[in-house]
Unconditional design. Structure first.
Ligand code: ADP
Ligand code: MG
Length: 251
């Protein structure tokens, strides 16, 4: 008997894959059967109105919030399977929040090197090169309160980059910044992450921001991803009236 193997096109395994991710609080589903895929080096925006479950999704991917059900693979490895998951520090992820969460009593250099282990001189040189990359050479001995909001944001970026994560998870990290500086800081941050080859999952409630920085947009509503695709497609072919209305205030 003859049998021919079917030849399938090779689809590369996405860097981050989420399947069936679900979480309820007090019996109310807040994240409901979420599926997401992020390719290496890509910027994906998780976009949706306040309260739709974006932060909870991000926190489960980070491993700082437990899941009720679902799987998360990072670089092909299963890091979350239902309620069981790897500790956050064992996932190759970096985290940035709106509140930069810098340690006020530590210097900039100590903040950046906080999670780094090993030989002091090696850590110091790595911290130096990280500060250089975010344009903060010479700031190492300062304290966070001596820095502007934009500078603090760059310290948080350097700290998040220190363990060389494959994916940077960002929860509205720019929304606390002064309006005039915000777009510039955001564009610089995303450009730097692109240059590093770090994939990004950026949570935002602003369609304009997602359109500007995303390679992909995952549109979320009431705990579910209702549409995922290139910004142009999501904008021009909204999945329903509510999606169209959500984008309608962009000029
Ligand atoms: P988003 O980031 O899109 O604004 P969140 O993921 O923060 O949404 O929250 C989604 C919903 O889940 C909200 O109604 C919020 O109040 C609720 N929620 C989030 N965390 C908790 C928690 N720890 N306990 C109870 N409810 C929560
Ligand atoms: Mg949120």
């Amino acid at each position: 008997m003859h049998s021919t193997e079917p030849t399938l096109p090779e689809t590369p395994e996405p860097l981050l894959r989420v399947n069936g991710l679900t979480r309820a609080f007090g019996g109310r589903p807040v994240v409901d059967d979420v599926a997401l895929q992020i390719a290496a080096g890509q910027v994906t925006c998780l976009l949706g109105p306040s309260g739709c479950g974006k932060s909870t999704t991000l926190r489960m991917i980070a491993g700082i919030e437990s899941a009720d059900a679902g799987q998360i693979w990072l670089d092909g490895a299963l890091v979350q399977d239902g309620p069981a998951g790897l500790a956050p520090e064992r996932r190759s992820i970096g985290l940035m929040f709106q509140d930069f969460a810098l340690f006020p009593h530590l210097s900039v250099a100590q903040n950046v090197g906080f999670g780094l282990k090993g030989d002091k001189a090696v850590v110091a040189s790595r911290v130096g090169s990280l500060l250089e990359r975010v344009n903060l050479s010479g700031y190492g001995e300062k304290r966070p309160h001596q820095l502007s909001g934009g500078e603090q944001q760059r310290v948080a970026l350097a700290r998040a980059l220190a363990p060389k994560p494959r994916v940077m998870l960002m929860d509205e990290p720019f929304s606390g910044l002064d309006n005039r500086l915000r777009d510039g800081i955001r564009d610089e941050t995303i450009a730097l992450l692109r240059a590093e080859g770090t994939a990004v999952l950026l949570v935002t409630h602003e369609p304009e921001e997602a359109m500007r920085v995303g390679d992909e947009i995952a549109l979320m509503r009431a705990g579910r991803i209702v549409q995922q695709g290139a910004p142009y497609n999501v904008y021009n072919a909204p999945v329903d009236r509510a999606a169209a209305a959500f984008f309608s205030d962009i000029n």
